[in-house]
Design a protein around this ligand. Structure first.
Ligand code: COA
Length: 250
């Protein structure tokens, strides 16, 4: 029995109505799961080491939840049990097991993100994918806006009230992290090197001065997630996206 319920309806990028191939992405969300034996037994040794190294219980539970979501999804797609799924999470920079998780030998590609009480995993076949979620109650002061947004994006948020500016800022921020995570480079890509469509328009990468991100081969979508969170998912593909969000029912 699959313990998920789908959102009513799926979202598509604006070009998904055209005839042709699409890239399907599933995003599964959960609140932090309990650290009980049912979940802990899914961690292998390096993962248990990472789990134990978190000082705060909530950080341990967020990490555990990401692994439970991801392993359950992999087992459903590829067969076998969630317990038997082994990830290679070798960091490309330092070799430690804290990079993005890959399933050796499989076409399935994953991205994990956690913030506040929401944890998500995005999965698709054969193309790099990136997911980012952030809590929606954060402020975006002028220095953060200047640091992260490109000139056209700064212009789009100028003149908004504090609350409206924070909401718009985190639309841009989650889009940026999603595309950067899809490349595997993460925040090593300069935040201001990329520009998105307006925060209140369908998500599109309109310009990039970084070689890792080509607007013609980058698609993304703003997600529903939950009331208290903003989120975006991106894939490095020229194909339109069809994105389904699902929630774990413990
Ligand atoms: C990846 C990164 C954007 C994470 O951002 P964040 O908002 O703090 O955290 P999120 O919850 O959204 O994402 C964390 C997840 O990203 C994934 N991840 C880690 N490195 C990644 C990378 N290079 N590319 C894509 N995803 C990555 C992991 O699955 C991680 O979750 P897990 O540790 O539970 O498996 C940020 O850590 C980064 O830019 N890392 C790469 C650059 C870097 O610092 N390298 C040096 C490390 S030695």
């Amino acid at each position: 029995m699959v313990p998920f319920t789908a959102f009513r309806g799926r979202q598509t990028t604006p070009d998904a109505g055209k005839i042709g191939r699409v890239t399907e992405i599933v995003v599964r969300w959960s609140e932090p799961l309990l650290a009980d034996e049912r979940h802990l037994k899914l961690l292998d040794e390096p993962e248990r080491g990472r789990y134990d190294a978190y000082r705060l219980e909530i950080d341990r539970r967020r990490f555990l939840t990401g692994r439970v979501l991801a392993k359950t999804l992999v087992a459903e797609r590829l067969g076998g049990t969630a317990e038997s799924v082994r990830f290679d999470a070798t960091c490309a920079d330092c070799g430690k097991p804290h990079g993005r998780p890959r399933v050796p030998g499989a076409n399935l590609v994953l991205s994990i993100s956690h913030s506040g009480n929401l944890i998500g995993v995005a999965a698709t076949d054969g193309v790099p994918v990136g997911l980012d979620v952030e809590t929606a109650n954060r402020k975006a002061d002028a220095s953060l806006v200047d640091y992260a947004l490109s000139p056209p994006e700064r212009e789009a948020v100028a003149g908004l009230s504090d609350d409206e500016r924070a909401a718009a800022f985190f639309v841009y921020w989650t889009r940026k992290e999603a595309v950067m995570k899809a490349t595997g480079k993460g925040l090593k890509i300069p935040l201001q090197s990329i520009t998105f469509s307006r925060f209140d328009a369908p998500a599109e990468l309109v310009a990039s001065t970084d070689a890792a991100l080509d607007p013609a081969r980058t698609r993304l979508a703003d997600l529903k997630a939950t009331e208290g969170h903003r989120a975006a998912v991106a894939a490095l593909t020229a194909e339109p996206l069809v994105v389904t969000e699902e929630h774990w029912l413990p």
